[in-house]
Design a protein around this ligand. Structure first.
Ligand SMILES: *Cc1c(COP(=O)(O)O)cnc(C)c1O
Length: 443
């Protein structure tokens, strides 16, 4: 792009900077996705790699022509679909032939009935469930959102996939790009857990550590998008964010389908940027509108780590805006100090009668171990946050232990070994003899 044109775009501000005309918006095939609409002012735009409203700078999200009218037919079609997120293709911004393209095909992870954990927490049998997204291809929920962003990147003609990441996203982008034959170049804070760094690098794309927090990384990526250096790059969580975000809806769809096409009463969801939580709510609302589940009230609870709890702090203070924090917590995948969707999370928690709560790092570690020893699920720190918050909210009488509750585990404990390693290890180390074992007192 010519220098003067770039300067002109800069003057027009963020929204225009975000417009990369790789493909004309009109001829993309993204299934039921009809347009982009501004979450603040409702203005509609053609589908394209843009993320902010040109009028009010509000965030854009996908508006659909959803297949209403035949809920029974739609349900049958979904149930006959593949055991991954593409069973919900009629509700996602993806082309009809999505299953024929190289993709990691994440999703359809286990919904585990967690009666043992429930017993410890005082929840009635059959009421507590863990949605275990550690079972995804790169062992976190991020494969869901990247799978959508990849399809959008294809539709818009991008050939490089990029992101700013708190760790899990970098790995998910690297893997998805490798499988789909894209180049990838991803950006992370330089001080992440080793498990996350290795997982982000092993797929062979470029990985860049930035000396700063996630919020610094994110700011850097926004600058890169507006610069010729980043031309032709699809940043899954920046210029492809509206498409990316829709991937989280599949969690809502799966949970309801796995409960026998029923809404749960309560959900406990981790908050980093808040995108996942807001889109799970959007997914539940769609299922109601489509007649796939019976309409009834549900409550959404957001979970943060105390060392990065801007949304929880705003909720407790009764504020509508979120004051940014500088993160300091072992729950690094959730360490976003300035969460883009914070205000929408507050709206949803308040509208549904839920809450936003936080737990400290010690409680996170305790909760990781509690889930592991009761259910055989080894969660990463984000799962420790949701289980810890669930425990805290039940003890406080905020979460009702007699209702159906789904707690999200969004990542695998093998990625955050550092969190539990100092307090977890062999019960004994002995010589290979029966005498030594007898002396250890474990028989
Ligand atoms: C990214 C992430 C989340 C949620 O992120 P949002 O930005 O709130 O959508 C939750 N858990 C894990 C493990 C993550 O990596």
């Amino acid at each position: 792009m010519a220098k003067c044109a770039m300067r002109k775009m800069r003057r027009k501000g963020l929204a225009s900077m975000a417009v990369q005309t790789v493909a004309t918006a009109k001829n993309v095939d993204l299934g039921p996705a009809a347009a982009l609409s501004c979450r603040e002012c409702g203005e509609r735009f053609d589908l394209g790699p843009i993320f902010a409203c040109e009028l009010c700078f509000g965030p854009l999200e996908i508006a659909y022509d959803l297949p209403t009218g035949d809920p029974e037919g739609l349900r049958k079609r979904i149930e006959a679909g593949p055991a991954n997120i593409w069973r919900y293709a009629p509700l996602l911004p993806v082309p009809a032939d999505v299953t024929e393209k190289p993709n990691l095909n994440p999703g359809w992870t286990k919904l585990v009935q967690a009666d043992n954990l429930g017993r410890e927490l005082g929840v009635e049998p059959g009421k507590l469930f863990v949605k275990d997204d550690s079972g995804n291809p790169t062992h976190s929920f991020k494969d869901r959102v990247v799978a959508q962003a990849l399809e959008a990147a294809r539709a818009f003609g991008f050939t490089t996939l990029s992101c700013s990441s708190t760790g899990n996203l970098a790995g998910a982008v690297g893997a998805a790009a490798a499988r789909a034959g894209f180049r990838s170049c991803v950006f992370i804070p330089h001080d992440l857990e080793q498990g996350k760094v290795v997982m982000a690098a092993v797929y062979g794309g470029d990985l860049v550590g930035i000396e700063g927090t996630y919020d610094d990384v994110n700011r850097f990526c926004s600058e890169l998008i507006g610069d010729p250096l980043g031309e032709g790059w699809g940043f899954v969580n920046v210029n492809l964010r509206p498409y990316y975000a829709e991937g989280s809806k599949t969690l809502a769809y799966e949970i309801c389908e796995q409960l026998g096409w029923k809404l749960p009463d309560q959900l406990v969801i981790p908050i980093a940027s808040g995108s996942q939580l807001t889109k799970i709510d959007k997914g539940l609302q769609e299922l109601i509108k489509l007649g796939l589940v019976e309409d009834k009230p549900y409550k959404i609870f957001g979970a943060q780590a105390e060392g990065c709890s801007p949304v929880s702090a705003a909720f407790k203070a009764g504020h509508d805006v979120v004051r940014p924090q500088k993160p300091n917590t072992i729950a690094k995948s959730l360490a976003i100090g300035n969460p883009a969707d914070g205000p929408y999370v507050l709206d949803i928690a308040r509208r549904t009668g839920g809450a936003v709560e936080d737990v400290d790092d010690e409680q996170v570690v305790e909760a990781i171990k509690l889930l592991a020893r009761t259910e055989g699920i080894f969660a990463e720190t984000a799962g420790g946050v949701t289980v810890g918050v669930t425990k805290k909210l039940i003890e406080a009488g905020v979460l009702d232990p007699s209702l159906t509750t789904v707690v999200l585990n969004t990542g695998d404990g093998l990625k955050t070994l550092d969190a539990v390693a100092p307090t977890t290890g062999p019960t004994a180390t002995i010589r290979p003899s029966l005498d030594a074992f007898r002396d250890a007192g474990l028989a």
